[in-house]
Design a protein around this ligand. Structure first.
Ligand code: IMP
Length: 191
């Protein structure tokens, strides 16, 4: 079985990756499990940061590595927090939700979208990056307890419930991360 490192220390992301990658039949491990250090995310784009994380894990482990850089963009914040989503919340999602709702209310603009840049890197430095996006709107209050990060705040187009309420069975079919992985699967011939 081919080995693959998931370059993340985020348990929410790792859980989604394990489900989404299961059909590909890799023996999956994570950078957290291998005790690899987390590189600094010095790029200001999703693909740039995904590549930094994937390459660092591939080089340190000697195995192919997959990383994503992802985040929520809010129209009322000019597309922010975007690549700074984790830093915008700084662990306090209740406060981040309140700040985003306030901005959406003030601008009367509730549009939002998630982006996932997914990078597959090889120990020799080769890499390929795929982008997935999911469009929707900000909920007027956080809803649901499932998922992670901004899941309670985001209602994807075509739905009336947040990612957190919809749960993984629905989210894993439509999410930004699922769409990026679908491209990777197509390239790997795993449809
Ligand atoms: P990263 O680890 O620098 O890519 O940080 C991404 C951050 O964006 C996460 O910590 C979450 O705050 C947010 N994020 C990315 N994807 C999702 C998702 O699927 N649901 C909720 N929040 C997400």
């Amino acid at each position: 079985m081919k080995k693959l490192v998931i370059a993340t220390h985020n348990p929410g992301k790792l859980k989604e990756f394990l489900t989404l990658l299961a059909p590909l039949g890799f023996e999956v491990t994570s950078s957290g499990e291998l005790g690899l250090p987390e590189p600094e995310e010095t790029a200001d784009t999703f693909p740039g940061n995904a590549r930094i994380k994937a390459l660092a894990a591939a080089k340190a482990s000697g195995l192919p590595a997959l990383a994503d850089d992802s985040g929520l963009s809010v129209a009322a914040l000019g597309g922010g927090p975007g690549v700074f989503s984790a830093r915008y919340a700084a662990g306090d999602y209740a406060s981040a939700f309140a700040r985003i709702i306030e901005a959406a209310k003030a601008a009367d603009d509730w549009r939002a979208w998630f982006t996932c840049a997914l990078c597959l890197a090889q120990p020799d430095g080769g890499s390929a990056t795929y982008i997935g996006q999911a469009y929707g709107r900000i909920a007027d209050a956080p809803r649901g307890a499932g998922g992670f990060g901004y899941d309670p705040l985001f209602i994807p187009d075509g739905h009336e419930q947040s990612y957190a309420e919809l749960g993984s069975a629905v989210k894993d079919k439509i999410s930004h991360r699922a769409q990026a992985i679908a491209q990777l699967k197509a390239v790997l011939g795993a449809g």
